[in-house]
Ligand binder design. Structure first.
Ligand code: N2P
Length: 318
């Protein structure tokens, strides 16, 4: 299969190093188009609405499960990925892609609480901060029902994948109370507001917080003591992709140690590339077993996903 001259990448915002795409274009003679999304749900909605122009997308693991089960993903030809040898054992043969058939890992991270040190003296290490009216109007939570309801489920000692209606109802009550204190539900774009000092406390991912910290030393990050989401986002090729050979070339390219390290240095997220870790500035290690014990992967909720969607819609419109 000859290398096509185009590649269309659909990826979370702020998830590439500045050099990742230009260097690939130069070396491979492939013109890359990059489109961004701010949530898994936004990406899935676009794919479901029939967007068929993408050659690579980067779902979180629980969404990968759904796309895979729906038969929307193309098999990945590992013979075209000699650099897959660099993938750390922790990220091989994951439960969301048994046998590594349709994906390669992109980055991993977790959700916590970003805060302005100049306004908040004690690191806010509990999701309860969002229920405290003291910082009304200066706080945001992610625009992501799984993360918002998940954090309040954790606060009550439940799994963030709970499908028990009574548990979800408790989380919904908290989310609606929190909403009164929030400036907005906002994901990656909150970084600018943290840096500007307009937001003092934000439920945010560790890497995006690190990106904000690179612009302001007033930004801290506290893991929530009740526990939180850990995720792994992965590169997949939609079945309808028109440039599958170029998609494989890009996959193999990002699995180079120096390319993976540059992505992590820019995004602040962990690399699943074992050969890249020694080259990263932060040398972000894999989660320790103590950390892993507090963190939980989101899983596909199956038919209960509809109940979750309904609850989240109710929170957003409350
Ligand atoms: C990209 C962050 C994506 C993390 N800015 C969510 N899985």
């Amino acid at each position: 299969m000859p290398l096509e001259q185009e590649l269309s990448l659909y990826i979370w915002s702020d998830y590439l190093a500045d050099t990742t795409v230009p260097d690939f274009e130069k070396e491979f003679g492939v013109k890359v188009t990059v489109d961004n999304y701010e949530s898994n749900e936004e990406m899935v909605a676009k794919l479901q609405a029939g967007a068929s122009g993408y050659d690579l997308v980067v779902p979180s693991s629980y969404v990968l499960t759904v796309l895979r089960a729906a038969g929307l993903l193309a098999p990945v030809d590992r013979t075209l990925l000699p650099n897959a040898k660099n993938i750390a054992p922790l990220f091989r043969n994951p439960r969301w892609d048994p046998g590594d058939q349709v994906s390669i890992p992109w980055q991993w991270g977790f959700t916590g609480i970003a805060y302005r040190k100049d306004h908040i003296q004690v690191p806010p290490d509990s999701w309860a901060i969002f229920l405290d009216p003291k910082y009304r109007g200066k706080m945001t939570m992610l625009d992501d029902g799984r993360d918002v309801l998940g954090s309040f489920l954790k606060s009550h000692g439940h799994s963030l994948n709970s499908v028990a209606p009574a548990e979800l109802a408790e989380a919904k009550t908290d989310a609606i109370s929190a909403k009164k204190n929030l400036k907005a539900f906002l994901s990656a774009p909150v970084k600018g507001q943290l840096v500007a000092g307009d937001v003092w406390v934000a439920q945010l991912w560790n890497g995006d917080t690190a990106q904000a910290r690179a612009e302001s030393d007033q930004i801290g990050f506290a893991p929530a003591k009740e526990g939180a989401t850990i995720w792994l986002d992965a590169l997949v090729i939609p079945k309808a992709a028109k440039h599958k050979r170029a998609a494989h070339a890009f996959m193999n390219y990002i699995l180079r140690p120096e390319v993976g390290a540059a992505i992590s240095d820019k995004t602040g997220y962990g690399t699943p590339n074992a050969a890249a870790i020694p080259l990263t500035k932060a040398k972000l290690p894999y989660p320790s077993s103590a950390e892993l014990a507090k963190l939980e992967y989101q899983i596909d909720l199956g038919p209960a996903g509809e109940m979750w969607d309904r609850v989240w819609t109710e929170v957003k419109s409350a």
